[in-house]
Design a binder for this molecule. Structure first.
Ligand code: ATP
Ligand code: LTN
Length: 337
């Protein structure tokens, strides 16, 4: 259906502009995007509308939205080839989300575990936007007729809801939406906090030592890894149940070097934690250093980033408008004359 003029399948993904990006985003998102970008037509957005489901300071939201775009490019997204845009620049996202809200059961939305978690985390601000967050995410995906959605494993349930909504709409009217598949890489799908390794590394964690940010200096990275919480004992063996701290450091080393968990264990087991932590600090610093430099370079040319975002929004809008028009027609909205 989406292949009229296209040979490549479509990818859409995004990250909220609700904080500075961490190595968790690199591992769970951008690294995979870079690997997939040549084989798919890609749309990568900055989810600024999702970000306001939790309290944001306007100046920070503005800066971060641009930072996220620069970070996408710094991590290796080819800006000539892929479409980069800011969600709020394409009004069809809000428009389709409203329609999909009217096809989503209250109980269905209530079952989303991210909603449950976030309403506990932000108990002072449990707003309706937070509740319908996954419906907006469904609109993001369905507008572009995406075949594949690369995300971290915490987003699987949202993709499942997206598929259900698409199937429901297609069934009630006629085939309209492509049913998207999630793409969840096995390793790196969940990088954990350096301080509480049973919790996901999260950019909104108030403890800065729990996260490695993609703009952290080499010295900061080394220091954070040195202080990372490890498990009792001395084994360097991958087992997230009994050795969550060490397993997380092994994941980071794997992300940074490409070595398998077995190879890491063979190399370091029996030598104690200190040399292993040093090796992880070195490999992670080596991974992040060029990303940080490219980010700083891109960020020093705001006009180029604005131009890129304008081109991206125009291209995204063309696709989004096409889908929304079909939806409006099918549900019985009168076309404006
Ligand atoms: P929060 O502000 O609650 O931390 P988040 O960072 O999980 O939110 P997004 O910024 O929208 O939410 O996440 C974007 C993508 O990055 C998602 O696919 C998500 O699963 C992935 N991601 C985020 N943190 C990690 C992590 N620690 N490990 C692996 N993937 C992650
Ligand atoms: N909720 C997502 C971010 C996001 C997204 C999307 C991801 C918003 N819209 C569309 C993939 C496709 C998250 O990862 N926290």
């Amino acid at each position: 259906m989406n292949t009229e003029n296209q040979s490549k399948k479509i990818i859409l993904s995004g990250i909220q502009a609700s904080g500075d990006l961490t190595i968790g985003h690199y591992a769970g998102a951008m690294k995979n995007w870079v690997q997939l970008q040549d084989d798919y037509e890609c749309f990568f957005m900055v989810a600024d509308m999702h970000a306001i489901t939790t309290k944001q300071i306007p100046a920070d939201l503005r800066r971060r939205s641009i930072d996220v775009v620069a970070m996408y490019a710094a991590c290796g997204i080819n800006t000539e080839q892929s479409t980069l845009f800011i969600q709020s620049h394409v009004q069809e996202h809000a428009q389709l989300a409203w329609v999909l809200n009217c096809f989503t059961g209250f109980g269905e939305a209530q079952r989303m575990t991210q909603f449950k978690d976030k309403s506990q985390q932000h108990s002072e601000n449990v707003n309706v936007g937070l509740f319908s967050y996954p419906v907006l995410m469904a609109a993001d995906i369905l507008l572009y007729q995406a075949d594949l959605v690369p995300v971290g494993d915490d987003q699987k349930q949202h993709i499942e809801l997206t598929r259900n909504l698409a199937e429901r709409f297609n069934h009630l009217y006629s085939p309209t939406f492509i049913i998207p598949e999630p793409f969840i890489a096995k390793e790196g799908a969940r990088i954990m906090s350096l301080q509480e390794p049973k919790k996901k590394m999260s950019k909104s964690d108030p403890n800065q030592n729990s996260c490695i940010f993609l703009h952290d200096s080499d010295a900061v990275i080394r220091n954070k890894i040195k202080r990372a919480v490890t498990d009792s004992g001395t084994d360097i063996i991958y087992d997230i149940e009994t050795r969550p701290g060490i397993s997380n450091l092994m994941s980071l080393h794997h992300i940074a070097t490409g070595k398998s968990m077995q190879a890491i264990s063979d190399e370091f087991n029996g030598r104690g934690y200190a040399p292993f932590k040093e090796a992880v600090a070195e490999s992670v610093a080596e991974l992040i250093s060029p990303i940080r430099s490219r980010f700083e370079e891109l960020r020093s040319h705001p006009d180029e980033l604005s131009a890129l975002l304008k081109t991206g929004a125009d291209k995204a809008k063309r696709q989004a408008f096409k889908t929304l028009r079909k939806v409006y027609k099918k549900i019985g909205f009168v076309e404006p004359s």
